[in-house]
Design a binder for this molecule. Structure first.
Ligand SMILES: [Ca+2]
Length: 381
């Protein structure tokens, strides 16, 4: 082969490799679907008889605030006594997956007594996820105001997302669903369906958000291309981690970064419930791969990093609630990747709606049931 022919040959080889490489792009790691393992903890019922509890926040005085999806907020004493429904909660669109959803305290709650709620808000065109805040007084929430609304409002009762996570800089992440029937909106930067947004504590837009100043884009958007994120939490480095409901076989762990596109519904590891393909496949340039995905799914519901000392073997692990099959999923992470997964049986057949770490270092779970419970996990058992 003379030099010119060799050169042409190499150019053709390079072109062939370039054409094939996208197809060979590496798949994200898939959960090995580990066998169930024993829960190394005793389950203590803290409170019972809550109708589909969803959000849980710990007050500095040791009490808890818990939401019930049909639209009630209650205080729970240390002894597990439930208060009457608290006044001042916004009117919600209750039904299907919607209603009163998450609750979070202001980072400066000790001074301002502000409580944040996410909920399905009815209005023109249907409903959308909204965030309200009010001041916790003797009788309930005072001066409750809606500070932010997902737009547009649409029909249907599914995929509200809606975990509330305050970052250390005082800004608030709100995870949002695609509202199920509106999946293509997840790629549209002109609305807030299928997004994570980052807002200030008063609902205004932080000036350093990634789409501030971009024409046609909503400035509150942090990341996009999401289906329905009900689990979100920060790690020790103040980074956001989310676990997203996929379609069949497409639940995802992500570490959403400013301005990035997480692919839904263009790329996904999931398939439609009919078995049909969704989008174009699993990879596309400019769209992020998940850190990890589950097929079959876990139906993720709430998550927290465990940082206390009651369960030394769990320190640093990401605890994720599973609605279906109903487990406590524990992920050991290293260098931003999943090293190991465990699935602990909580109560056979029971759906875990949320996982929180209490100020006492114990782990608290909510069960998704018409007579749901708050469960405290204590070492032993
Ligand atoms: Ca994705």
């Amino acid at each position: 082969m003379n030099t010119e022919r060799l050169r042409i040959f190499l150019v053709i080889c390079a072109a062939a490799i370039a054409a094939v490489v996208p197809a060979l792009a590496q798949d994200a790691p898939r959960s090995p679907t580990p066998k169930d393992s024993r829960l190394p903890a005793r389950q203590v019922d803290v409170a019972r008889g809550l109708e589909h509890p969803w959000g849980l926040a710990f007050l500095p005085d040791g009490r808890m605030l818990v939401t019930e999806r049909p639209g009630r907020l209650r205080l729970v004493s240390r002894e597990g006594e439930l208060s009457a429904p608290v006044d001042g909660v916004p009117k919600v669109r209750a039904g299907d997956q919607g209603g009163l959803l998450d609750v979070a305290l202001s980072p400066s709650f000790a001074q301002d007594r502000l409580v944040y709620l996410s909920f399905a808000e009815p209005g023109d065109g249907g409903a959308s996820t909204a965030v309200a805040r009010g001041r916790l007084g003797e009788r309930g929430l005072d001066d409750t105001k809606v500070i932010w609304r997902q737009q547009p409002k649409v029909g249907g009762g599914k995929h509200w997302g809606s975990r509330l996570v305050f970052r250390r800089d005082g800004t608030l992440f709100v995870t949002l669903g695609d509202r199920f029937l509106q999946l293509e909106h997840a790629q549209n930067l002109g609305d807030t369906l299928g997004k994570i947004v980052r807002i200030n504590a008063d609902g205004s837009v932080p000036k350093d958000n990634p789409f501030v100043g971009r024409e046609g884009a909503r400035p509150e958007i942090w990341s996009y291309g999401h289906r329905n994120i009900q689990a979100a939490t920060l790690d020790a480095q103040d980074r956001l981690w989310t676990v997203e409901h996929g379609a069949r076989g497409g639940d995802e762990l992500n570490q959403p970064q400013a301005g990035k596109n997480y692919g839904w519904p263009v790329i996904t590891y999931g398939r439609d419930y009919s078995g049909a393909q969704i989008g174009i496949g699993t990879h596309k340039a400019g769209m992020e791969q998940p850190v990890y995905y589950w097929d079959p799914v876990i139906a993720p519901s709430g998550a927290t990093f465990y940082t206390a000392d009651k369960f030394p073997d769990w320190r640093g692990d990401l605890l994720v609630g599973s609605l279906q099959p109903g487990r406590l999923v524990r992920l050991r992470l290293a260098d931003g990747r999943v090293q190991h997964e465990e699935r602990h049986v909580i109560a056979p057949g029971e759906r875990v709606r949320n996982v929180r770490q209490g100020p006492d270092g114990f782990v608290y779970l909510l069960t998704d049931h018409p007579r749901g419970r708050i469960i405290r996990l204590e070492p032993g058992g």
